[in-house]
Design a protein around this ligand. Structure first.
Ligand SMILES: Nc1nc2c(ncn2[C@@H]2O[C@H](COP(=O)(O)OP(=O)(O)OP(=O)(O)O)[C@@H](O)[C@H]2O)c(=O)[nH]1
Ligand SMILES: [Mg+2]
Length: 320
């Protein structure tokens, strides 16, 4: 530890040790804070300078660890991701992190054409209504018929908000007061439509809210998709997603990415039971609001300087 501290500074920690057959012990260590002097020039490291590939791997490790800390990724998640870096051969940190994210999580944008209605569920204010409008707009732009249904008739203005979007897109909107009304609306469609169903915000910790959603999921042959805002606590996001996945949600759309700087909760959400990342929402406006996010995009988002924001402009171009 004395040698490590002399080299990496007082914040040095040991991440792991390995004992080789020849009796040599290697120690992997990292500094919580960047050491004040250039580590590469330290005599202790120069005596034992790693080969080029190892050096890159070591640099990637440090860069990724610092980024995960910045985004407040809980240790239990970041340790898993960092350990997986050992099995990755990559030229830079983005490539390395993307490879690890690909191994651990699943990414697949929602297709433009639905096989079943998409039921948008999630906590209050998450962005469900605007996401329903964005999905309908995307489907219309691709030349498909869209249909909007809302079950949010309890909250004042819930349906009116979606009605305004539907009117601007010339898309039919149906109001369903009970879960049992939805199948009849779907059966009444004469032509195939891409259907998006908006729901009332549900607290994952309120049994009545969850039961209402459960009835809807059971009454309608649909794909429940969770809408969750970026930001907030990562473990909280993980717990919430686990609860909504109990209602059948297998995919998540992360909203309000443009209003967030720390993205640990995205990883928290993806850690939860077999959740697929569909899209991210990057504007409060219906046009160009949803962008696909795969492993490389997420890696860049986590690694890039938060003040530079290059990923956003690329996402805006990719948004549909
Ligand atoms: N900046 C930004 N704002 C967003 C985004 N998505 C939604 N919003 C805003 O967040 C607020 C809530 O969005 P809604 O679509 O009404 O959310 P909801 O989940 O339907 O809310 P409830 O029906 O009340 O549960 C609105 O002011 C939206 O404009 C986004 O991606 N970026
Ligand atoms: Mg709503």
């Amino acid at each position: 530890m004395a040698e490590l501290r002399a080299t990496l500074g007082p914040g040095a920690i040991i991440l792991g040790t390995e004992c080789a057959r020849n009796g040599k012990i290697s120690i992997r260590a990292a500094a919580e804070h960047a050491p004040s002097e250039d580590v590469s020039s330290s005599p202790a490291l120069q005596n034992n300078r790693p080969h080029h590939a190892e050096e890159t791997q070591y640099d990637n490790y440090q860069t990724i660890e610092a980024a995960l800390n910045f985004h407040r990724v809980p240790q239990i998640i970041s340790r898993h991701l960092l350990n997986m870096l050992d099995s990755v051969n990559a030229n830079d940190a983005v490539q390395a992190l993307a490879a690890v994210l690909d191994m651990r999580y699943s990414f697949a944008p929602l297709p433009v054409q639905n096989t079943r209605p998409v039921l948008l569920i999630g906590p209050s204010g998450a962005g469900k209504t605007i996401t329903a409008a964005k999905l309908a707009a995307r489907s219309l732009l691709a030349g498909h018929n869209s249909l909007l249904i809302t079950t949010d008739l309890v909250r004042a203005g819930g349906a009116e908000q979606l009605a305004a979007y539907a009117a601007s897109m010339n898309t039919p909107l149906h109001r369903a007061a009970a879960a049992t009304e939805v199948p009849a609306i779907l059966e009444a469609q004469k032509e195939p439509v891409n259907c998006f169903i908006d729901t009332t915000g549900a607290s994952p910790y309120n049994l009545d809210d969850l039961n209402t959603l459960r009835k809807l999921v059971m009454a309608v042959d649909c794909d429940p998709v969770l809408v969750l805002p970026a930001g907030g606590d990562a473990m909280e996001a993980c717990e919430m997603v686990n609860i909504f996945s109990g209602l059948g949600a297998r995919g998540v759309i992360i909203s309000k990415l443009d209003a967030t700087r720390r993205f640990g909760s995205i990883l928290g959400a993806m850690e939860a039971a077999a959740m697929t990342m569909h899209q991210v929402s990057i504007t409060p406006y219906v046009a160009n609001g949803l962008a696909p996010l795969a492993s490389t995009g997420l890696a860049r988002l986590l690694l890039e300087d938060p003040m530079e924001n290059n990923s956003y402009s690329e996402m805006e171009q990719a948004a549909q």
